[in-house]
Design a protein around this ligand. Structure first.
Ligand SMILES: [Zn+2]
Length: 204
């Protein structure tokens, strides 16, 4: 079991700035701020609430989205330089024994949870093909092959099935006469994706 510091966790997850991002409130307008099983704040005389789940989701989403504008570059085996082109700053991320970064956010997360990642770590993990720290540590690859649909020939489908399938794959209006199965079959055949798909959804 990794050491956790509940006070620090609370400070990191239930921060006013995170609350502002969840609720759309301006931090400067928060008059009172109370953390319990949920976050309850008074903002311009009104009570605004964010659930613990929303705050935790925000904690992860904020770091994941922060990774988007960053660039990683391998320095040598297991060591990456992660740049923020907008700020011109860079941090060193190491992928030996888990993932770690030299930035202050990582230090805080690590101190609070005993493990975890910052946006720089997310950049490197994502560049290596992992969706999350959990996936990386569990060596569960992010790219999974989605099993192919049970093969049913388009020709054997009923009109309604064809229409449903077309809708599912994003065909609103096929070119041609919609009364004929042939029109739908041609549109679906033209638009059908390869059966291998990227499953980018992952737990944090
Ligand atoms: Zn970092």
């Amino acid at each position: 079991m990794l050491a956790q510091n509940t006070e620090l966790i609370s400070k990191l997850i239930f921060s006013k700035s995170a609350f502002g991002r969840v609720t759309g409130c301006k931090v400067g307008q928060i008059e009172s701020f109370e953390v319990g099983t949920e976050v309850r704040a008074q903002v311009k005389g009104q009570i605004v609430i964010a659930t613990a789940k929303q705050m935790l989701d925000q904690f992860i989403a904020f770091r994941k989205s922060g990774a988007e504008g960053l660039q990683s570059q391998p320095v040598f085996s297991g060591v990456y330089e992660v740049y923020n082109p907008k700020k011109g700053s860079g941090w060193k991320v190491t992928t030996k024994k888990g993932v770690s970064c030299e930035c202050p956010d990582y230090a805080e997360v690590k101190k609070a949870f005993g493990t975890g990642v910052c946006k720089h770590c997310y950049r490197v993990l994502q560049d290596l093909g992992w969706g999350s720290l959990q996936e990386y540590l569990g060596q569960k690859p992010q790219l999974r092959l989605v099993p192919a649909r049970k093969p049913v020939r388009l020709e054997d489908m009923k009109m309604q099935q064809l229409k449903d399938l077309a809708k599912e794959i994003g065909i609103g209006r096929p070119a041609g006469d919609k009364r004929f199965k042939k029109t739908w079959i041609e549109a679906i055949a033209a638009a059908q994706q390869p059966t291998a798909d990227l499953d980018l959804l992952s737990a944090a």
